[in-house]
Design a protein around this ligand. Structure first.
Ligand code: B12
Ligand code: SF4
Ligand code: SF4
Length: 370
């Protein structure tokens, strides 16, 4: 696989381009039981296609599954300073979709040009369920967290696939399991991983809410989000597989402390233009400006201090109702913690002018408590 290795991809495996037994059914069950939450694009037709590589590339015989490592250590901002949030490790540098896709597309082009065979690449959003294919290729095994665990690297590997009509020797699935370990299940702050593992309920998952959810985050979940503002690595961080191996594709590593641990007040101050300037070319764009500022409000509600109240007071007047409602929640939470009296007056003043019924409800909740 010289063409693959020439792209700097070391973690590779080959799967036969056949559906993996049980995967279609597992995907449809997740949809039927509501575990895919509001990801409307993952409908029945998408799952049917994504479970069958023939729908992705008619006549495909082999799937080259590649992994890119993304385990960079946390930069430490120092003991004092403003309140900071946390970004999942995979999203701290350049958008992995772009970085990866470019390489996989070049591989597909080489296959077409040099071998005269068809080839098509995808990373993440293309219609292919990648983890079961990676397991079928022998790249790793699917852990109880539902992450693909690669020996030595653990869950810290991002996946991409090149489907081709080339006939390549497939790998052998590993005979490994998680054994009696249940660390990820215990570590998940919201109970999103099933008690026996192997399924994640996106409705409870911090990663889903901070990245994919375009609406309000259920109030009962917010306090469990800690300081996460984009994605969540708690189940990955708890995994003993690959835990001590810090290896990342250079472009995914944070260049500054702010890439990994953004100052939450700075996020509140972002307008559309500021957001685009700061996050262009990064996976964080997926959350959109209102989503990221909503997430910053939630994180501030959990870890913010009295010094964050003026920024949140500004967010109470944000153009986005989504932001205003979560800012109200955050003001109520910080106010309750620090006991400052002025926060109630801030909320009351906003309630006097607020028109949006949902934001009014959030303001009342913040004022009255549970
Ligand atoms: C939708 C999605 C999400 C959703 C739902 C996640 C979930 N667990 O279902 C949300 C937004 C919550 C999410 C979160 C994250 N995601 Co995501 N996500 C996806 C996406 C687009 C589809 C996954 C999917 O369809 N899930 C639905 C379930 C039903 O399918 P599945 O998990 O793929 O496979 C299951 C079944 O097929 C079944 N199965 C497999 N074989 C068999 C055999 C039998 C017999 C049976 C019965 C069942 C069965 O078990 C599998 C595991 O549960 C993939 C990319 C892709 N195209 O595949 C990335 C992907 C899975 N995500 C990825 C990442 C990195 C993450 C996060 C770590 C990001 C973060 N730090 O915040 C978290 C981790 C959360 C977690 N524990 O899974 C990586 C995972 C890499 C890896 N090493 O596993 C992927 C592959 C993207 C990529 N290209 O790298 N994600
Ligand atoms: S990403 Fe976070 S919330 Fe989602 S399953 Fe893992 S630990 Fe739980
Ligand atoms: S934490 Fe333990 S149970 Fe969870 S995926 Fe890792 S090895 Fe498996």
């Amino acid at each position: 696989m010289e063409i693959v290795e020439s792209e700097g991809l070391r973690l590779i495996g080959i799967a036969p381009a056949r559906p993996v037994a049980g995967v279609r059914e597992a995907g449809l069950a997740a949809l039927k039981e509501g575990r895919l939450a509001g990801m409307a694009w993952m409908n029945e037709a998408w799952i049917e296609r994504a479970a069958d590589a023939q729908a992705f590339l008619p006549g495909a015989r082999s799937l080259i599954v590649a992994g890119l490592p993304c385990h960079s250590p946390d930069p430490e901002p120092g003991p004092a300073g403003p309140t900071r949030g946390r970004v999942a490790r995979y999203a701290r540098g350049r958008d992995y979709h772009r970085v990866f896709e470019k390489r996989l597309r070049r591989i597909a082009r080489t296959i077409r040009e040099e071998f005269g065979e068809a080839a098509r690449a995808t990373v993440d959003y293309g219609p292919l369920l990648e983890r079961p294919l990676a397991a079928a290729a022998g790249l790793g095994w699917i852990g109880k967290s539902t992450m693909l665990l690669v020996p030595g690297a653990g869950p810290w590997v991002l996946l991409g696939v090149v489907a081709t009509t080339l006939d390549l020797e497939p790998g052998t699935p590993l005979r490994k399991t998680c054994g009696t370990c249940t660390r990820c299940i215990t570590a998940c702050p919201t109970g999103a991983i099933a008690p026996d593992g192997h399924t994640v309920d996106a409705r409870l998952c911090i990663s889903y809410h901070t990245i994919e959810n375009r609406g309000a985050v259920p109030r009962e979940l917010r306090a469990k989000f800690k300081d996460w503002v984009f994605g969540c690595d708690d189940c990955l961080d708890s995994c003993p597989v690959g835990a001590n191996r810090w290896e990342t594709y250079t472009e995914f590593a944070p260049a500054t402390v702010d890439d990994a641990r953004p100052v939450l007040r700075d996020l509140l101050a972002l307008d559309e233009q500021g957001f685009a300037e700061r996050y262009r070319g990064r996976a964080i764009m997926r959350a959109k400006r209102d989503g990221l500022v909503r997430n910053a409000c939630i994180a501030l509600g959990n870890v913010g201090t009295a010094e964050d109240l003026p920024g949140l007071a500004g967010a109470l007047a944000d153009a986005s109702a989504l932001v205003r409602g979560h800012a109200a929640w955050a003001v109520g939470r910080i106010g309750g913690r620090v006991g400052a009296a002025a926060w109630k007056r801030t909320l009351e003043a906003r309630l006097a002018v607020e028109q949006d019924p949902w934001v009014r409800e959030e303001l009342r909740f913040a004022l009255e408590g549970e």
